[in-house]
Design a protein around this ligand. Structure first.
Ligand SMILES: NC(=O)c1ccc[n+]([C@@H]2O[C@H](COP(=O)([O-])OP(=O)(O)OC[C@H]3O[C@@H](n4cnc5c(N)ncnc54)[C@H](O)[C@@H]3O)[C@@H](O)[C@H]2O)c1
Length: 317
């Protein structure tokens, strides 16, 4: 039977109860699609999707992507995986398993359904990079036996699986390498620097800097990133990625802390703790490819994104 609404797709989002997944679902629902969110709530929360509870085009499935899933959909976004160091190091074997088994199961589903599949990969595939900024053709500098390897190598293996399914089974793939992203619905104190600083500043606690605080990161606001996801998913089939998605603006941790203190009006001090193992010194995306192929670049300045994130955290407390 012909589908009633040709332009309306049924879309699976794994990890949809998480920070990025829930924002993605909001956009997809807003575009008129049907969305199935598959999540085991390991780091995600029902609160992130509760506003969709009775929505006629939304469905929540409590499902672990380490197990196969048999459903009928037109597109898959595979985001399921703990993303912050605190969470992914809590059970490192489970982290690798989620990345690898999750990719295998979702790719198997995409192969059977002959549907397009998106993978949320990460800038961590570049490890502690020796080139700066990082382009997609840089193979990375990852310690395969360090404490971050469960995440980095899991995501690298997932990319390998995506490209082998593409080459050998003709699966239509889209791989995004996501750089640090922040915004409302991040978990407080989950080890990610933006949520840590904001939570500490609001509580009047000292802001913890690791090492000298001169290491740099680039921060992309969640709305900008999700726009990149959608553009990549809609791009021609030969645009498989990997495509870097992130904000090239580079800030030291000290600068970020300064912005958070200014916006919160907090008088918290900065304290220095020792640097975690394999912590990259610099991380900045080269987004030339995303600009060329997707016409995409971030638009929300750090101060504005921080302000919106701060509003969300204020309401939580
Ligand atoms: N936020 C970032 O800065 C960033 C950067 C690079 C890559 N990513 C990637 O984007 C994706 C989403 O990240 P996020 O920041 O929203 O993290 P998040 O932890 O908020 O979301 C991850 C979601 O996956 C779910 N999940 C974990 N294991 C699962 C499993 N086995 N089965 C089903 N669901 C499972 C969690 O419950 C959660 O809802 C992740 O794959 C992450 O690696 C995020």
């Amino acid at each position: 039977m012909a589908r009633l609404h040709q332009s309306r797709k049924r879309i699976l989002v794994t990890g949809g109860a998480g920070f990025l997944g829930s924002h993605l679902i909001d956009r997809l629902i807003g575009q008129g699609h049907e969305v199935i969110c598959a999540d085991n709530l390991y780091t995600g929360s029902k609160r992130n999707i509760e506003h969709l509870h009775n929505h006629p085009r939304f469905e929540f499935l409590r499902h672990d992507v380490c197990n196969p899933l048999k459903i009928e959909v037109d597109e898959i976004y595979n985001l399921a995986c703990p993303a912050s160091p605190v969470h992914y190091q809590h059970n490192p074997v489970l982290t690798t398993k989620t990345s690898v088994m999750g990719a295998l199961n979702m790719l198997g589903l995409a192969k059977r359904l002959r549907c397009r599949i998106f993978q949320a990969s990460t800038s961590e595939v570049y490890g502690d990079p020796e080139v700066h900024p990082q382009r997609e053709d840089y193979w990375g500098h990852v310690n395969p036996i360090g404490t971050r390897a469960c995440y980095d190598e899991g995501k690298r293996c997932a990319e390998t699986l995506f490209f082998d399914y593409h080459r050998h089974h003709g699966v239509d793939i889209k791989v995004a390498r996501i750089f640090n992203t922040y915004g409302p619905r991040m978990l407080p104190m989950d080890g990610r620097v933006v949520s840590n600083f904001i939570t500490q500043a609001l509580a009047g606690e000292d802001l913890t800097l690791y090492g000298d605080g001169k290491q740099t990161r680039s921060f992309c606001y969640s709305d900008d990133l999700v726009e990149g996801f959608l553009r990549l998913m809609e791009s021609p089939a030969d645009v498989t990625g990997p495509v870097n998605l992130g904000n090239p603006g580079e800030f030291t941790m000290i600068e970020l802390a300064g912005q958070v203190l200014k916006l919160t009006g907090s008088r918290s001090k900065l304290i220095h703790l020792s640097l975690p193992e394999d912590d990259p010194r610099q991380r900045q995306p080269d987004i030339t490819l995303a600009k060329e192929k997707l016409g995409w670049q971030p638009t929300v300045p750090l101060a504005e994104g921080l302000k919106r994130t701060l509003d969300y955290f204020r309401k939580l407390t």
